[in-house]
Design a protein around this ligand. Structure first.
Ligand code: PLP
Length: 416
């Protein structure tokens, strides 16, 4: 298969029509009409270059990695390890610090079980924020329950910002880890993670940053950030589902015991005992998601070709336009108004339940998420069961926002 024309690297200037053309699914009719895909916080669509990389791998390179001497195994291993180099370079990490996982959730669980659990004692605390995704709460609760430790949430303000003074006041000698999302999937709030890392480190506390909603929108340099652990998923950044990574400082990875056992993570196995492979392989038991790594590397290449500053500027324009359009809708209230937030618009309406709004929007071809967005504590904080969330990506345009506004006017007509 030859690489299709439209999968070639895109121009340095921001060309929205060309970008939209890179995503074949955007031409898909839904409910008999135009698709306005505004559910990017849940997962993004995939450009031709990523689809090509996945297809090319299975057509021309498919074999198991690290295990055989034949030509295809060599091609698969080379492509897989080249993907690790590409991914490491994108985040300014070294390849030994990038552990491949099934996604953000698995990466957080890996840190919970391999790093934190052996270090936790009764009375210890894991400091999170009140806006975290369930995947940055529940793994900590599971290990805390085993050791008598506690998960402590820092409060969120009415605007949907972290109350930084309150967070600071919660740091103490019992705090064994700070875990924080860089960008809120529900509110779009961008947390001051660099500042938080400095403050936690000043007290000798390691920090895990959940970058699931960040990497497609903000430049992330893990060295500069000085994060101890940084986790993300490929599928929220134009890559395949079921793939992600844990970045961890090498000293931590060296000191941590493996979490999963099996093939590839060992150096020697005997019934007297086994020894572990080098990092990062020590944490990658079993046949990995080879095409996932290759697809993620292609997705990061795609992002890099456009450039994160250009992507962020475009999404900011969309956020401003979207915010204005929502102001035209009677009885609509935006949840999350933090200054400088990412392009996520969460809202409720007086006249209808979010689920009903989502259903009407779907009939109009507008794909949004309606629900608690895996942030039930945050919903409790705002005293609401759910919101409707429109979350934007590089390929969204004014027409998508116009379609959203028209559909919301219809909601008002039907329920108002
Ligand atoms: N963290 C945040 C902020 C998210 O938005 C999500 C997914 O919505 C996750 C973690 C979990 O990601 P995954 O389901 O890819 O593991």
């Amino acid at each position: 298969m030859n690489m299709p024309q439209h999968a070639a690297p895109i121009a340095a200037t921001f060309d929205l029509a060309k970008i939209r053309n890179d995503f074949p699914i955007l031409r898909e009719a839904v409910r008999g009409g135009r698709l306005a895909y505004l559910d990017n916080g849940a997962t993004t669509q995939k450009p031709e270059s990523v689809l090509y990389a996945l297809d090319d791998y299975y057509r021309h390179k498919n074999a198991n990695v690290h295990r055989a001497v034949h030509d295809l195994a060599e091609r698969a291993t080379t492509a897989y390890e080249a993907a690790r180099d590409r991914i490491a370079a994108f985040f300014n990490a070294s390849r030994e610090e990038i552990v491949f996982t099934r996604g953000t959730t698995e990466a957080i669980n890996l840190v919970a079980y391999s790093f934190l659990q052996p270090r936790l004692q009764a009375g210890d605390e894991i400091l999170v924020t009140g806006m975290e995704h369930h995947s940055n709460i529940v793994p900590w609760q599971l290990i805390a329950a085993r050791s008598g430790a506690h998960v402590v949430p820092a409060p969120v303000t009415d605007a949907g910002e972290l109350d930084l003074d309150a967070w600071r006041a919660l740091l103490n000698t019992r705090t064994k880890l700070v875990a924080v999302m860089q960008v809120s999937n529900t509110l779009g709030t961008i947390n001051p993670v660099a500042e938080m890392i400095v403050e936690a480190h000043a007290r000798g506390i390691p920090v895990l940053v959940d970058g699931a909603q960040a990497i497609a929108h903000l430049s992330v340099d893990v060295k500069n950030l000085d994060a101890d652990f940084y986790v993300c998923s490929a599928h929220k950044a134009y890559g395949p589902t079921g793939f992600g990574m844990l970045y961890a400082k090498r000293a931590y990875l060296e000191a941590m015991q493996p979490w999963h056992g099996g093939g590839d993570m060992i150096r020697t196995v005997s019934f007297e005992g086994s020894t572990w492979n080098d990092v990062p392989y020590k944490f990658e038991a079993g046949t990995p998601d080879i095409s996932g790594a290759i697809g993620f590397a292609a997705a990061l290449d795609y992002i890099a070709t456009i450039g994160l500053p250009a992507i962020a500027a475009h999404e900011h324009r969309l956020l401003e336009e979207g915010t204005q359009r929502l102001q035209n809708i009677k009885g609509l209230r935006v949840i999350g108004t933090a200054p400088g937030k990412a392009a996520i618009l969460s809202f409720v309406m007086d006249c209808a339940h979010p689920q009903d709004i989502g259903t009407i929007l779907d009939q109009e071809g507008v794909a949004v998420r309606a629900g608690h967005h895996c942030t039930m504590p945050l919903m409790q904080r705002f005293g609401i069961p759910a919101t409707v969330r429109a979350s934007m990506a590089v390929y969204n345009d004014s027409e998508d926002l116009e379609q959203l506004e028209r559909a919301l006017v219809k909601v008002g007509r039907l329920f108002g």
